[in-house]
Ligand binder design. Structure first.
Ligand code: CTP
Ligand code: MG
Length: 250
């Protein structure tokens, strides 16, 4: 981490955009996912703290549920962040991509590096965040943290009716696959250009950069950067928090 431990040169200040506007349908009924509690604290606050834990992140832009911006603003006011970190709250959109775009639109001048981090990945360790920033500063236009897969992956012809048998088309070589996480890091101009020009659905920000024909690089992700998607993920997240609290006690 030698590169990021130096003070930021002018023009490469780093901001984090946190899309947090999703409902969390797969988690089941309840409050919007980002506002649900983990260890007694809203998931979003964990995610904001995870970004603010990096010395290099001086602004966090939270993209709130469209009808929840005021609530998110008061949540952030109520939970202390480091002095060096400012925050902004903007209302989100109907898709993740739209929410990220609305966050980028609110980004002030002077931030050359942008992280995009899912509120649904509340426990990403600071070393992962710094590793992404370092690789962007070293010149990559787009950087994603990722892990090798444990499962073998099959490509299928998706069934019309969920649960029906699905024919297998191919088995990609597992050793060449990576499961990508966030924060994904970008040169600001490149990410804005991608949002201006790339059309169609994408499931992550880096794939928009790929569509521009630019190279995206992968750096090591972390098991604790998993996405809270289904109810079992909440159990895992609580267990990780408990383990951290026990370890902090030593
Ligand atoms: N997100 C967003 N705006 C949307 C949809 C998603 O900001 N319109 C955010 C979510 O809040 C989350 C991140 O994108 O932090 C990753 O999305 P996902 O895990 O799919 O969250 P949800 O869309 O909320 O969950 P689900 O798909 O189960 O409804
Ligand atoms: Mg979703």
């Amino acid at each position: 981490m030698s590169d990021v431990s130096r003070p930021s040169p002018a023009g490469v200040r780093t901001a984090a955009v946190i899309p947090a506007a999703g409902r969390g349908v797969r988690l089941g009924p309840g409050a919007p996912k980002a506002l649900r509690a983990l260890g007694g604290t809203p998931m979003l606050i964990h995610a904001v703290r995870a970004m603010a834990a990096s010395n290099h992140v001086s602004l966090v832009i939270v993209v709130a549920p469209p009808d929840g911006a005021a609530e998110v603003k008061s949540l952030l006011d109520a939970h202390a962040l480091p002095d060096r970190t400012d925050f902004l709250v903007v209302p989100g959109g109907a898709t993740r991509q739209e929410s990220v775009r609305l966050g980028l639109d609110a980004l002030p001048l002077g931030y050359g590096v942008v992280l995009v981090h899912d509120a649904a990945r509340p426990l990403v360790p600071v070393d992962t965040v710094d590793g992404v920033i370092e690789a962007v500063r070293a010149g990559a236009p787009a950087v994603v943290p990722a892990l090798p897969l444990a499962d073998t992956v099959k490509e299928v012809v998706p069934a019309d009716t969920p649960g029906d048998p699905e024919p297998v088309v191919a088995t990609p070589e597992r050793a060449r696959l990576r499961a990508v996480q966030t924060p994904q890091g970008f040169d600001r101009e490149t990410l804005v250009r991608a949002h201006d020009t790339v059309t169609g659905e994408v499931t992550d920000d880096a794939s928009m950069i790929e569509r521009l024909g630019l190279t995206v690089v992968v750096v090591p992700g972390h098991e604790e950067a998993f996405k809270v998607t289904r109810p079992l993920d909440l159990v895992l997240a609580e267990a990780v928090l408990t383990r951290r609290r026990l370890n902090d006690g030593f």
